[in-house]
Design a binder for this molecule. Structure first.
Ligand code: FE2
Ligand code: FE2
Length: 203
């Protein structure tokens, strides 16, 4: 990525998002994804690009998310109709292709999986997912420790962040999305821990 292209990309991202808070979050996620990528021998420019563009559709309303997905013939699962915000990840990947010319399937995969995680995750997907969860704008108590863990061990950090996510959903009385449950299994959270979290989140 040349410097000139990068500056233009930032300007276009800022205009597309239309909100300084979301733009600043995106820049922090890009920086964190890049740092994690560097530590774990992952392509840093792909991590940075996916981080920058991960939330392109995050500020769309529920109605707009559904309308834009339907307009493109994208299938929408029942759990996504129930929680349309989840669609911002998959729609964001499509917009990254359409409006920002991103063709790289690895970058698009990282954008697609950044919210729910998934059964299949590459180290790049993990860097972006963890960067989004653990960027310094996040204020939950465990952030610092989990960030340090992510720098050392991506998989261990994935397990801990997924567990926190399940606990958070349970507190809100919400069920985890099927891809998150698949991710929990993928990261070895098959024990009573997760069964309990899932049961709690379903109640
Ligand atoms: Fe997001
Ligand atoms: Fe985000």
């Amino acid at each position: 990525m040349t410097g000139e292209y990068f500056i233009e990309l930032l300007q276009r991202l800022r205009a597309h998002l239309g909100q300084e808070r979301r733009y600043a979050h995106s820049v922090r996620v890009a920086r964190c994804a890049e740092l994690l990528a560097q530590r774990h021998a992952v392509d840093t420019s792909k991590a940075r690009l996916a981080g920058l563009l991960h939330d392109l559709a995050r500020l769309y309303s529920s109605a707009e998310l559904i309308a834009q997905c339907e307009a493109r013939g994208m299938p929408i699962a029942a759990y996504e109709r129930e929680h349309p915000t989840l669609l911002h990840a998959r729609l964001g990947a499509v917009i990254a292709g359409e409006s920002f010319g991103v063709q790289d399937p690895e970058v698009l995969s990282a954008i697609r999986k950044h919210t729910t995680a998934a059964a299949e995750m590459s180290p790049l997907d993990e860097c972006v997912y963890l960067a989004d969860s653990l960027e310094p704008g996040r204020t939950f108590a465990e952030r610092d420790a989990l960030w340090t863990l992510a720098l050392r061990d991506l998989e261990a950090a994935m397990r801990e962040v997924l567990l926190l996510t399940f606990a958070h959903l349970a507190r809100k009385g919400q069920r985890a999305a099927p891809p998150s449950l698949a991710a929990a299994r993928r990261f070895g959270l098959t024990g009573p821990q997760v069964t309990e979290e899932v049961r709690a989140s379903a109640s």
